[in-house]
Design a protein around this ligand. Structure first.
Ligand code: NDP
Length: 242
């Protein structure tokens, strides 16, 4: 297996949870990392000890211009990009009859459009370069749905469809990997407002969860493969979750 040393890796949603854990681990392994998210204070703290191997770019993935800027900043700093991981996402889940339409809109804007804008920003560059690797974080909710997660699940099914299609289109040149984590420790769900979800699921923080490292290790496996190997999908859940 190759290693990830010296690879230039751009990660959206890198201010907390899976993305933050990944950024720290990748730098530890000798990669150059570009961390993107909205909360600058978190990004600043995370990169404080990463020296010249890291750059943060304040980015709102629901804004197309922010993704274009992110890709430009990464190339300016490190000369090229090997990997873009579209990882940013939110999960303000609710039941349909609660009508929390603004939260549905936000999930569509961040979880779906954010991935599309990331692909759009980097794809011409990677095609011209003749190589590259694009990842996106879907969810096990992108493989099967349950009551209360309809819109979130819909966005994650969309991520799967987008990535599957992208792979079909660019398979000769670019690696395309979709990550489907089960319940993982992170800040996800902090924006849940639905009273019915809170009543139905109680405290989500008490659910059995994987640590972020489990997902990060699986992604390291995907991006460490030799040039001719494309890991298509990564599905992992904590024991007990089905
Ligand atoms: P966190 O909430 O800890 O991380 C989410 C990240 O996304 C944060 O860095 C957040 O940063 C960023 N983000 C949210 N909105 C935006 C935006 N508009 N623009 C840029 N960045 C944004 O949760 P996780 O680490 O768990 O989530 C990472 C991904 O994993 C998500 O796509 C999530 O759906 C997916 N996932 C998580 C699972 C879990 O159980 N934890 C299971 C399955 C999938 P900021 O707020 O600073 O912008």
């Amino acid at each position: 297996m190759e290693n990830i040393k010296d690879k230039v890796i751009v990660i959206t949603g890198a201010s907390s949870g899976i993305g933050a854990a990944a950024a720290c681990k990748f730098v530890e392994l000798g990669a150059k990392v570009v961390l993107a998210a909205r909360r600058e204070d978190q990004l600043k703290t995370l990169t404080a000890n990463m020296g010249d191997n890291a750059l943060y770019v304040v980015t709102d993935v629901s804004k197309r211009a922010d993704l274009d800027n992110l890709i430009q900043q990464a190339i300016s700093k490190f000369g090229h990009i090997d990997v873009l991981w579209n990882n940013a996402g939110i999960m303000p889940i609710s039941f349909f009859d609660e009508g929390l339409v603004e939260e549905w809109d936000r999930m569509i804007d961040i979880n779906i459009k954010g991935v599309l804008y990331g692909i759009n920003a980097v794809l011409p560059y990677m095609l011209k370069r003749g190589e590259g690797h694009i990842l996106a974080t879907s969810s096990v909710g992108g493989l099967k749905t349950t009551p209360g997660i309809g819109v979130y699940s819909g966005t994650k099914f969309a991520v799967r469809a987008i990535m599957d299609t992208l792979r079909e289109e660019v398979a000769q040149t670019i690696k395309v990997t979709t990550v489907f984590p089960g319940a993982t420790q992170s800040e996800l769900g902090r924006d849940i407002t639905s009273p019915k979800i809170k009543a139905a699921f109680g405290n989500l923080a008490n659910m059995p969860k994987m640590n972020e490292e489990a997902v990060v290790n699986a992604v390291i496996y995907a991006i460490s493969q030799p040039g001719n190997i494309n890991v298509n999908d990564i599905v992992l859940r904590p024991l007990g979750q089905t």
